[in-house]
Design a protein around this ligand. Structure first.
Ligand code: ACO
Length: 362
């Protein structure tokens, strides 16, 4: 008789792969609760135009954004990224009706952590005052929430954890160049957090059906913040760079990012649909990462989706990076746009480049 321990290492790997393949998996994961939090302080396009050479017309036409939220005077706490995440998490936990002490894993997605290290996940563990569960920080920028969803899904599917708290949270306003020099980037981004509580489900017909993740590091610097880092430390940066070219503000090659975004969004949505033998007509709700309304509209047109099939709220919050999908998903759920049995498709593209999609049957 062949037993697991008698298998060679390569065969063990195949065995594990076989057992975690959708056909054989023991569990599925589902989103049991959603929550979001944005700072109260609204910053309109007109307000930005008082601080830099920009205007409402340019921002609206190019991006669809009318306003965004900025943390004011660190009112969201001394560790605002973790604190905003906790506010969103508490709502998600309450809606999931899962006690915080039953969380087995925290997954935290951000590009703007409170500290260089440690990551913000451990701060969430402390602020929530829960057991010493693992806290995993992931850094996949605008794709962070979908990457995190995939990580949470795998841990639940393999049976290792039952309940996972997934947070996407960003404090962009703390690190943007709010002068005319930075206008091509700074007008786009806003602060906020979204959270999802994922839990084990024994119904294979529902929950996270599949996730699809990609990266292409050759374009890493096309959308990046080089320093401070071990490779670009502050004294070195100041010594080596003229005042107008400071690499500790984000850089974006906007048109290059735009072209790649529409290509990769399309590919990764197709990939998710085909993996589940679904067609675009089966999509009940598509939530794109809120990078630019023009990108979302391009994708909507390409897939011939009606306005009812797509949810956007970039107009109110700007691009909140890892928080954008959970904020939009929470808002869509609150507005009764997500129903049991619906196919919900999430897709993201961002710095890395990274891109990802998730197909969920609610
Ligand atoms: N206000 C007024 N004028 C501006 C502003 C501003 N805020 N910003 C730039 N301009 C000017 C530029 O200086 C330029 O002027 P010039 O023609 O005299 O040189 C002109 O407007 C056009 O600038 P472009 O950068 O070519 O404008 P574009 O149409 O490409 O729009 C944008 C810029 C909105 C950034 C767009 O390229 C875009 O959305 N890119 C993709 C963003 C994205 O998807 N990011 C991924 C996620 S983010 C993440 O992962 C962190």
């Amino acid at each position: 008789m062949i037993t697991y321990s008698s298998l060679l290492n390569d065969d063990k790997l195949s065995y594990i792969r076989m057992m975690t393949n959708t056909k054989f998996m023991l569990y599925t994961s589902k989103i049991a609760g959603l929550g979001s939090y944005v700072p109260e302080n609204i910053v309109t396009n007109d307000e930005l135009s008082k601080r830099m050479d920009t205007n409402d017309k340019w921002i609206t036409e190019r991006t669809g954004i009318k306003e965004r939220r900025h943390i004011k005077d660190r009112a969201e706490g001394e560790t605002p990224v973790a604190s905003m995440g906790v506010k969103a998490a508490k709502i998600a936990l309450e809606r999931a009706q899962i006690d915080k002490n039953d969380i087995d894993l925290i997954v935290f997605a951000t590009l703007s952590p409170d500290y260089y290290f440690p990551g913000s996940g451990v701060i969430v563990q402390d602020l929530l005052d829960i057991k010493t569960v693992p806290a995993l920080d992931i850094r996949n920028q605008c794709s962070g929430f979908v990457y995190g969803l995939s990580v949470a899904d795998q841990f639940i599917k393999t049976g290792m954890y039952k309940n996972v708290l997934l947070i996407g949270s960003e404090n962009h306003s703390g690190g943007l160049d709010m002068t005319t020099r930075g206008r091509g980037v700074s007008v786009l981004f806003g602060d906020g957090a979204g959270a999802a509580v994922l839990t084990r489900s024994k119904d294979p017909q529902k929950g996270i059906l599949s996730t699809h993740l990609h990266s292409q590091g050759k374009h890493a610097l096309e959308l990046s913040l080089k320093g401070p880092s071990t490779n670009h430390w502050v004294p070195e940066i100041i010594a080596e760079n003229p005042q107008e070219d400071i690499p500790y503000y984000p850089y974006m090659n906007g048109q290059f990012v735009f072209k790649n975004a529409i290509r990769r969004f399309s590919e990764v949505i197709e990939e998710g649909l085909s993996a589940n033998k679904l067609s675009k007509e089966d999509i009940d709700l598509f939530i794109p990462h809120q990078a630019n309304l023009r990108i979302a509209e391009y994708i909507q047109k390409k897939f011939a989706l009606s306005d009812d099939q797509v949810y956007n709220n970039i107009q109110k919050y700007g691009n909140t990076t890892a928080a954008s999908i959970p904020i939009a998903l929470t808002e869509a759920w609150e507005r009764d746009k997500v129903h049991e049995g619906d196919h919900v498709v999430l897709a993201a593209f961002g710095s890395g480049f990274t891109w990802a999609s998730a197909v969920i049957r609610w």
